[in-house]
Ligand binder design. Structure first.
Ligand SMILES: Nc1nc2c(ncn2[C@@H]2O[C@H](COP(=O)(O)OP(=O)(O)OP(=O)(O)O)[C@@H](O)[C@H]2O)c(=O)[nH]1
Length: 586
């Protein structure tokens, strides 16, 4: 299977290559092209549809070159359904136009040219497009549609670079020929002169020679016979070098007219007879008509009236042919122009509708975008507000937390600690259970500050908190009550348990290695402990009692833990120590 498809691909590539090769020689070596196409025809069924399209187009072109226009059209009609390539299709239509012109079906020719043009517009390759426009100019010149000739020649020039000399030269010639009919003789003369010098300069002698004929033709019309003759004779020599029979016949016809006008009858006759001996060809009708008119006048001048009559009959015959053809061409061109105008109007209408539709789509799209933007802005706004709100909340919570914490040690400050402890106390009271308070105060703290500075005092405060924090249960509340005084509130803790905790804390403080502060000093604290009694309905009495115990610890020498006892109650009016804790919140 793989082998089979491999073979198939190779064969296809080979056919493509053969067609490429034929394409190269098609316009220069028609007979070899015909031979190779005949060989390839044996494998026609094996060709892909695209290859069959190319084959039939090429075959049609060889028929055109051999003047078999009907056969050419049969091939082109088959190829039309198979060719997909835009350029090949555009060129196929223009060859069909050639065949239709040759068969005098000008309407079809113009229809094909319109089809070709529609495709040419879509071709992006500038070189291909330019040569397609030139071909169109050539076809229109065959139809004597000079305005179209001028239009497409101009388009070709617009697409040409300075080095596309052959195309520029050809286009210039078309412009000059069209201006012979469209503009004044003066401007046609200068156009031909311009073409002649440009084409000669660039070595394009055949086209230069055509321009030379054009100059002679203009001068003939102007009545400048000597200059016209000079130019036409030069052009004749040029054409003879190329053996360009059709052009040779035209120049002979023009020279016959020229000599007739100056009364050089013998010369006029020679040239006229050269024309009428040419084979019958639609392109030579005009030349023959001119030649017979000259011959008829010459015969009449010499009194050979019978002969003159014969020639005049021929003249009339060709005049009629010419007239009919010109009329047919003109009619076909006019009607095709009308069709084109109609189509253009339709296209414009459709384009306008399309533009309207596009504009509406754009408005809808813009509305959709605006709506999307609005929704995005709204959602963005909501998100922004939510972020602001959350950030505000977090900030608030942070500030609240900061407000409830002691900035130096990081534990709860007096207000927050007391509030929390009060809540726990109330809960304990409701549940029924024990509650103890430990108050402790660093001993001789003023001395530390005074001796080693405030920084060392701060260090000591932070160290004490750091050491004790880990020893205290998570359900207990540890707060800084005042400068160097702290409170530990222990829900569900008996006095004995509180004393144990206080003792442990005291030991830990005393064991702190103060050298880490940069100084060595003694760091101790005195502890007062109290527990909930049956009559306690708030935290205040406990605080008061713990404070008395702490005072006692200080009085008894410091670095001690003292539990409250009734004996510690001071006499009324005595100067008892006032804890930094205010008993009634102020
Ligand atoms: N370094 C520092 N010192 C503080 C801070 N708060 C209060 N103090 C100081 O703590 C000292 C407390 O001194 P006193 O109330 O006389 O008590 P004491 O020196 O500890 O003596 P006793 O309590 O009787 O052992 C004062 O000198 C205050 O300035 C603080 O945040 N940092």
């Amino acid at each position: 299977m793989v082998l089979y498809s491999g073979h198939l691909i190779a064969a296809m590539q080979e056919y493509d290559q053969t067609l490429d090769e034929i394409g190269v020689i098609l316009h220069s070596d028609v007979s070899t092209s015909v031979t190779r196409l005949n060989e390839l025809e044996l494998s026609f069924d094996k060709l892909s549809p695209a290859q069959q399209g190319r084959f039939l187009t090429f075959k049609g072109i060889t028929f055109i070159y051999n003047a078999h226009y009907r056969e050419a059209l049969i091939n082109f009609n088959q190829a039309e359904w198979l060719v997909k390539d835009t350029y090949l299709l555009a060129s196929l239509y223009s060859y069909k136009a050639t065949a239709y012109i040759a068969t005098r079906d000008f309407e079809q020719a113009l229809a094909m040219m319109a089809k070709s043009l529609a495709l040419i517009v879509r071709i992006e390759d500038v070189d291909i497009k330019r040569s397609a426009y030139l071909r169109l100019a050539n076809l229109y010149s065959g139809l004597e549609a000079n305005d179209a000739v001028a239009l497409y020649a101009t388009k070709a020039i617009e697409l040409a670079d300075a080095d596309d000399v052959k195309d520029i030269c050809t286009a210039k010639l078309y412009l000059a020929v069209s201006s012979l009919e469209l503009r004044s003789l003066d401007s046609a003369f200068s156009d031909f002169e311009n073409t002649l010098s440009y084409c000669k300069q660039n070595g394009l002698s055949l086209i230069a020679n055509m321009a030379l004929k054009g100059l002679g033709w203009v001068k003939l019309r102007e009545g400048d016979f000597p200059l016209s003759r000079n130019l036409l004779l030069k052009a004749l020599t040029g054409y003879e070098a190329f053996n360009f029979q059709l052009e040779i016949s035209h120049v002979h016809a023009l020279l016959a007219q020229n000599y007739l006008a100056t009364g050089e009858d013998a010369e006029a006759k020679i040239h006229a007879e050269r024309v009428i001996t040419q084979p019958e060809d639609p392109s030579s009708i005009e030349h023959k008509q001119l030649a017979y008119r000259v011959l008829s006048e010459l015969a009449a001048r010499q009194g050979a009236f019978e002969q003159a009559y014969e020639y005049s009959l021929q003249d009339q015959h060709y005049s009629k042919l010419l007239f009919d053809e010109k009329k047919m061409k003109a009619l076909a061109y006019q009607s095709s122009k009308f069709n084109v105008d109609e189509k253009e109007r339709e296209i414009n209408l459709l384009n306008r509708e399309r533009e309207l539709y596009m504009a509406m789509q754009r408005v809808k799209e813009r509305e959709r975008t605006n709506m999307l933007m609005l929704v995005t802005i709204l959602i963005g706004g909501v998100i922004f507000l939510a972020i602001l709100f959350i950030a505000g909340m977090l900030q608030k919570r942070k500030y609240k937390r900061m407000a409830s914490l002691d900035s130096l040690t990081g534990i709860l400050n007096r207000g927050a600690g007391q509030e929390l402890a009060e809540n726990l106390f109330v809960q304990t009271l409701a549940k029924g259970g024990s509650f103890s308070v430990i108050l402790f105060d660093l001993d001789h703290f003023k001395r530390i500050n005074d001796s080693f500075g405030h920084g060392t005092g701060d260090w000591a405060l932070k160290k004490v908190v750091e050491i004790l924090r880990s020893r205290i249960r998570s359900c207990d509340v540890f707060s800084r009550v005042g400068g160097e005084e702290f409170g530990i509130f222990l829900p569900s803790a008996s006095e004995a348990q509180a004393l144990e905790v206080a003792q442990l804390c005291r030991e830990k403080i005393a064991a702190i290695n103060t050298q880490h502060s940069g100084h060595e000093f003694s760091l101790t604290a005195s502890f007062g402990v109290s527990s909930m009694g049956d009559s306690d309905l708030s935290l205040d009495p406990l605080l008061h009692r713990a404070d008395l115990a702490l005072y006692a610890a200080k009085s008894q020498g410091r670095n001690l833990v003292v539990a409250y006892s009734a004996a510690l109650e001071p006499d009324k009016g005595s100067n008892a120590r006032q804890s930094k804790l205010s008993l009634s919140p102020s």
